[in-house]
Design a protein around this ligand. Structure first.
Ligand code: MSP
Length: 518
């Protein structure tokens, strides 16, 4: 059996879940659901990143302990994903004792190997920010935020000798061109290594006098581990490293999923850390673009964060899921507008898919006594629908594995279109009025029910609730729990004649007046 593990970034607890986190989490959920259906031993990991000064500051601003603050926001992430039926297997927090243990374990291993050293350095420190500033933090020699001159300070810290591994990393990128995908992001990492782009050894500690909200270094109790070296290790800890029963198999099939904002830590720091710890590298790093809302970057102050729970309330979560998965070409940026969302829901879900479902089931009720009819011999037209189902199943499999979920959905909707076209050609509503054409009507509606079976199965990782409803209406309740993709979505003659069907309410009601116009 092959193992498939999928991870999302662990989200910072200084913001609540918005469209960006939701997109990554939905993509991971879709992949996890697809791989479960494909028979892989699947593990889906998500969680929250809770240490560091940003979180300590956010907690201080609310006058509470960082731990309490982190508990609260982490709880919001977890309960949001639960409400949205995200099928994660483990929700990891960087404050979990297992995570702390895993981080300290790796720190020890890498330290003993001689890849961590202690250095004194001098920098420009802003008392307001309580940290050293970089060029980018300053305008005309003053701190951008505090408009005051930083002071020269020396500090000692631990550094991970990451640059030792840059050669090996460049070789890995050469030998496995799709290891980081899509290609544009692989090329960015190659360029980072070639040009240096500020890449050097990595400072991985903070003195407790300056920040104590972190994991203590196992070899120096005056220091805590600084953010990335702590956060990245969640991927191992969450799978059970170092002594859980399955972590090695799970790790061997691990796929990371992140947006382009954190390409450098995942494309450079993390593989170097893994090499230093003598651990195998991840299978792929999958990188997507950014959602902009109304053509602007998402930010708290703009109030354009788009809450997934509000979207669910207004449009159904499946409709929102469908839009995000269908409208973003994986890897590129996309713009979210409520108008585009409504247009998509109406065109694809209410009209195309919704009409096929309601026409098929209404006519099955009317002409076939609300039961799957017994079909006659299929003709060439029936064969085109069957071929379209086989084609869709194969293409969905290929596209999902290549991280082209929008293309997978296109392929499913080609099957929806082909079935709608077939139904129009056969026009059973006319045939049913004529003597002697009962068998043809039965064959037509059987073919449509059979196509809905394929469509329901193929859609189930993408829009699980709606797909479940489609299967239920054709009398195949719960089929998605036992089916195998892609094969079962291509197999024909699977519906037993006589099985009761139900009409049900509109699967995706048409949205008449979008909020955006209000
Ligand atoms: N805590 C770190 C990640 C550590 S992983 C070892 C972090 N957290 S974050 O809360 O800022 O989340 C960043 C991630 O959220 C992105 O990589 C992406 O997955 C998602 N998104 C946040 N905003 C986004 C958009 N506007 N668009 C798409 N996804 C974005 O970085």
């Amino acid at each position: 059996m092959s193992h498939y593990s999928i991870t999302t970034p662990i989200y910072y607890v200084n913001a609540e879940p918005h469209i960006g986190h939701t997109y990554t989490t939905i993509v991971a959920d879709t992949l996890a659901r697809y791989h479960r259906l494909a028979g892989d031993e699947t593990f889906f990991l998500t969680g929250t990143d809770e240490h560091g000064d940003k979180i300590a500051e956010a907690a201080a601003a609310q006058g509470i302990e960082p731990r309490l603050f982190a508990d609260r926001v982490s709880g919001i992430f977890q309960s949001t994903w639960e409400t949205l039926d995200i099928s994660f297997d483990r929700f990891i927090r960087t404050t979990d004792p297992e995570h702390v243990r895993a981080v300290q374990h790796i720190l020890r291993v890498v330290h003993e190997k001689g890849d961590i050293d202690f250095r004194e350095y001098e920098g420009l420190y802003c008392v307001g920010c309580e940290r050293f500033l970089t060029e980018r933090d300053m305008v005309e020699g003053l701190c951008r935020d505090h408009e005051r001159a930083p002071e020269k300070r020396t500090e000692s810290n631990y550094f991970f000798k990451m640059s030792r591994y840059f050669g090996a990393l460049a070789e890995q990128l050469d030998a496995h061109p799709d290891w980081i995908r899509p290609e544009r992001y692989r090329n960015e990492v190659v360029a980072m290594l070639r040009e240096g782009s500020g890449l050097d050894d990595l400072c991985i500690s903070r003195p407790k006098t300056r920040l104590d909200w972190g994991i203590e270094l196992p070899f120096d109790a005056d220091y805590v581990c600084y953010v990335w070296f702590d956060a990245l290790i969640n991927y191992l800890a969450g799978l059970g490293y170092p002594d859980g029963p399955h972590w090695e198999e799970r790790w061997a099939g691990v796929e990371h999923l992140v947006a382009k904002d954190i390409l450098k830590p995942h494309g450079v720091f993390w593989p170097c850390m893994l090499m230093a710890a003598d651990l195998p590298l991840y299978r792929h790093l999958n990188v997507h673009g950014y959602w902009n809302v109304d053509d602007r970057k998402i930010s708290k102050s703009l109030g354009n964060m788009i809450s997934p729970l509000a979207m669910r309330e207004q449009y159904s979560f499946d409709a929102f899921r469908y839009f995000l998965l269908r409208d973003m070409s994986f890897g590129l940026d996309s713009s979210f507008t409520e108008e585009a969302l409504v247009t998509r829901i109406n065109a694809d879900l209410a009209n195309n898919l919704g009409n096929l479902v309601s026409r098929t089931l209404n006519m099955t009720a009317k002409f076939c006594g609300a039961a799957v009819p017994a079909p006659g011999e299929p003709g060439p037209l029936e064969q085109t629908v069957q071929d379209a189902a086989g084609e869709a199943a194969r293409e969905v499999d290929r596209r999902v594995r290549a991280m082209e979920l929008h293309r997978a959905l296109e392929a499913i909707f080609r099957l929806v279109d082909a079935t709608n076209k077939y139904l129009d050609q056969r026009a059973p509503w006319k045939a049913a009025k004529q003597e002697g054409r009962e068998a043809e009507v039965a064959t037509t509606l059987y073919t449509c029910c059979q196509a809905l079976r394929s469509i329901g199965l193929l859609l189930s990782p993408f829009v699980p609730e709606a797909a479940g409803a489609i299967l239920e209406r054709i009398g195949a309740t719960g089929l998605e729990a036992s089916a195998r993709l892609p094969g079962d979505a291509a197999s024909w003659d699977q519906l037993a004649a006589g099985t009761a069907t139900t009409r049900g309410a509109a699967l995706f009601p048409r949205i008449e007046s979008p909020e955006a116009d209000a």
